[in-house]
Design a protein around this ligand. Structure first.
Ligand SMILES: Cc1cc2nc3c(=O)[nH]c(=O)nc-3n(C[C@H](O)[C@H](O)[C@H](O)COP(=O)(O)OP(=O)(O)OC[C@H]3O[C@@H](n4cnc5c(N)ncnc54)[C@H](O)[C@@H]3O)c2cc1C
Length: 410
């Protein structure tokens, strides 16, 4: 198993509970150092996801299971619901589409008027809203740590500071070359997040991870009372990003963001930081140039550059939702990069992608709401790996060239 983020930790736990011997290899010195520890920390309700997608399926189930797990394991969580606020007629129409999606996904939600907006979030302003009471905040890093504690109790071995360099699949096993030597495994599950496409090699040659940085500001401590729970702007549904929101975290801080800026490195978290190998990989990808040819992307990037450079630009967006927010009441906060998959046609892939061969399983595009999805999705991955380990017991025998087998779900 590669990667000790939320998806890897959940899959490891489920695999061990199914009786497999699991070793988790993680290049960092501890868990959740990348996407799983650098995010909004929202347990999404699933109101915005297209019904029928893997994200919708796992998010709706995952939200309920994750809230139960947090209660059971004492992980800090605030269950205050999510309010999406429309300010124009066009946004009001999108709100109706979100409401339809919520209903299609079986997510509790209702359209609220101006007065009800004020009742739910006294400082928010809009002509209408959508309220999803099941939305919550939680401590994502503590969650991953708890999953790994449970996994270790189920005899999972975790090895930190071990980077996987390559995976070579043979007829009877997989040879895993790492920074700490070579290992043999029956099956390899690749949950390497921002680097998952590289390890997937030929199985992901039609896809490339292009990192999009989500950068945050946060309210100064004296003004966190402006937000009770979560206030979201209506998203632009042509992008797989949720748009700006003000969110009360489980630790009481209120974050504003995240942006969606192209990052010049998969783990480059500052605006001017460049990781040359990653940047050249992005620039060499034909899909990147096809994406950039689209005027809506160029316009997104222009706006993101301005917001990355000038805090006032973030404030100007946040103020549309919370007009009382003063320009000096925001400070810069942390950032996290999304492992967004872009195909050769330049399209941002929307749903989770799983690719597998006979003895390897690769998770791609586990972007937001991947934390919320992680319990049922990890369970699903454990089933796929178990069936590869015990093909005759769990799944029907495979035919044809397994190496070429592709079970992309997008
Ligand atoms: C800005 C932002 C906001 C988000 N907000 C939310 C939210 O509010 N709610 C929600 O549900 N989801 C949210 N998400 C999505 C969520 O964070 C991810 O879907 C989830 O964390 C993905 O988990 P993962 O385990 O796949 O990846 P990661 O957490 O990135 O873990 C991958 C791990 O693999 C390791 N690794 C990589 N390469 C190697 C290698 N070669 N050898 C060994 N180890 C390796 C990395 O070090 C890392 O620890 C957000 C994401 C971002 C970026």
């Amino acid at each position: 198993m590669i990667g000790a983020g939320a998806i890897g930790a959940s899959a490891a736990l489920h695999l061990a509970r199914a009786g497999a011997r699991v070793v988790v290899l993680e290049k960092e010195s501890g868990p959740a150092q990348h996407q799983s520890g650098r995010n909004s920390g929202v347990i999404h309700a699933g109101y915005n996801l297209k019904p029928g997608t893997l994200k919708a399926k796992y998010c709706v189930e995952g939200s309920r299971r994750l809230r139960a797990y947090c209660r059971e394991r004492g992980i800090p969580m605030v269950e205050g619901g999510i309010l999406i606020v429309a300010r124009t007629g066009a946004e009001r129409a999108t709100l109706d589409e979100l409401h339809r999606r919520a209903q299609g996904n079986g997510v509790q939600s209702r359209i609220v008027d101006e007065r009800e907006i004020r009742e739910i979030e006294p400082h928010a302003v809009g002509i209408a809203g959508l309220h999803a009471p099941e939305g919550a905040s939680f401590d994502a890093a503590r969650y991953v740590a708890a999953l790994l504690d449970d996994a270790r109790a189920a005899r999972v071995e975790t090895r930190f500071g071990v980077a996987v360099r390559s995976i070579a699949e043979g007829a009877s096993g997989v040879r895993v070359t790492t920074s700490a030597g070579v290992l043999e495994a029956g099956v390899v599950l690749n949950c390497a997040g921002l680097y998952a496409d590289r390890l997937a090699g030929a199985l992901a040659q039609d896809l490339r991870i292009i990192p999009f940085r989500g950068y945050y500001a946060e309210l100064v401590p004296e003004r966190v009372g402006l937000i009770r729970s979560h206030v979201y702007a209506v998203p632009d549904l042509t992008f797989p990003f949720l748009g700006v929101h003000l969110s009360r975290r489980a630790d009481g801080r209120v974050i504003v963001g995240p942006g969606a800026m192209l990052a010049f490195g998969r783990e480059a978290y500052r605006f001017a930081q460049v990781q040359l190998g990653d940047l050249s990989g992005t620039l060499a990808w034909p899909g990147f140039w096809r994406m950039m040819r689209q005027p809506r992307f160029r316009s997104l990037i222009r706006s993101e550059v301005m917001k990355s450079l000038f805090l006032k630009r973030i404030w100007a967006e946040a103020r549309l939702l919370i007009p009382e927010l003063g320009a000096r009441e925001l400070v810069r906060s942390f950032a996290g990069n999304r492992a967004q998959v872009v195909n050769r046609a330049g399209e941002l892939v929307d749903d989770i992608v799983v690719r597998e061969s006979a003895r390897t399983v690769h998770v791609l595009n586990a972007v937001s709401p991947g934390l919320t999805c992680s319990l049922p999705f990890g369970e699903y991955l454990a089933q796929v790996c178990s069936s590869a380990l015990l093909p005759h017991h769990v799944s029907p025998p495979r035919t044809g060239n397994d190496k070429e087998r592709d079970v992309t779900h997008d």
